[in-house]
Design a protein around this ligand. Structure first.
Ligand code: PGA
Length: 271
């Protein structure tokens, strides 16, 4: 696929497996068509319980490279006596392509450190999966002008551990900037703040060892109403979407709006 946009649907713990599987069965054809027409790769991240069924459904349709499946977390460890955990190797075997790590809800609920997020990232890269590493500052950190400092620390810990990877292989990584105050709140940062922050994140990752390709995502109250404003931030290559991704109509509106903007771009360039 040529350079494309990424739309990651983070369904969190909102649906039961039967609902997740039915969503995909019901909307599969339309989603793939919309993804193709808007040159978007959609990554659906359901609960762990549905991944296997949905992945089978998706892979049985060999023509589809536009819709893939991701998980919402993984273990820091490769294998062993770790009750309740799920390894990167297991996720790769059942057909995942992407895995979200370091989501602020996970960092908060399990007091997850930057180092643990880095260890998860390494596990995923070793097993050929694309980590979606979430970073972001809190409202109080933003108010006290500490956004960049917090993000730099989060990024640096990941970069430091990347040095442990084989330099013979080149890896793909997604970085999702999700300010904590934007998640589920309806409050999206201004375009000026986003331009500045994405510029900072990109500079911090400029010399990331062994990384072939980094995709920059924004997450936090993304929906079809916020999209016209978010699309103005040229550095954003895709979105990590929570609530709005639970609605097929919202997904459809977002993907359709990209089709429109794409044809605008082409016609402008042709003039
Ligand atoms: P939201 O969630 O789109 O509902 O704000 C985003 C996320 O938590 O990844």
């Amino acid at each position: 696929m040529e350079s494309h946009r990424l739309l990651v649907a983070n369904w969190k713990m909102n649906l039961r497996p039967s609902e997740e599987i039915n969503f995909v069965k019901k909307h599969y054809d339309r989603l793939v068509n919309l993804a193709k027409q808007s040159n978007t790769q959609i990554v659906l991240c359901p609960t762990f319980l549905s991944i296997m069924s949905i992945a089978k459904n998706i892979s049985s349709n060999s023509t589809n490279t536009y819709l893939s499946i991701g998980a919402q977390d993984c273990s820091t460890r490769a294998i062993g006596s770790f009750t309740g955990q799920i390894s990167a190797a297991c996720l790769a075997e059942i057909g995942c392509t992407h895995v979200i790590v370091g989501h602020s809800e996970e960092r908060r609920a399990h007091k997850e450190s930057n180092l643990q997020v880095a260890h998860k990232t390494i596990q995923l890269l070793i097993h050929g999966l694309t980590p979606i590493v979430c970073i972001g500052e809190s409202a109080s950190e933003k108010q006290t002008s500490r956004s960049k400092e917090v993000l730099s620390t989060q990024i640096k810990t990941v970069i430091d551990t990347l040095n442990k990877l084989s330099s013979a292989r080149r890896y793909n990584l997604c970085i999702a900037y999700e300010p904590l105050y934007a998640i589920g709140s309806g409050n999206v940062p201004t375009t000026e703040h986003l331009e500045e922050i994405f510029g900072h994140i990109m500079r911090e990752l400029r010399n990331a060892p062994s990384i072939k390709n980094i995709t920059y995502l924004y997450g936090g109250s993304v929906n079809s109403r916020q999209l016209p404003m978010l699309k103005k931030v040229s550095k954003i290559q895709g979105y990590l979407v929570g609530n709005a991704s639970l609605s097929f109509q919202e997904m459809e509106k977002m993907l359709t709006s990209w089709m429109v903007s794409r044809s605008n771009c082409i016609s402008r360039a042709e003039k």
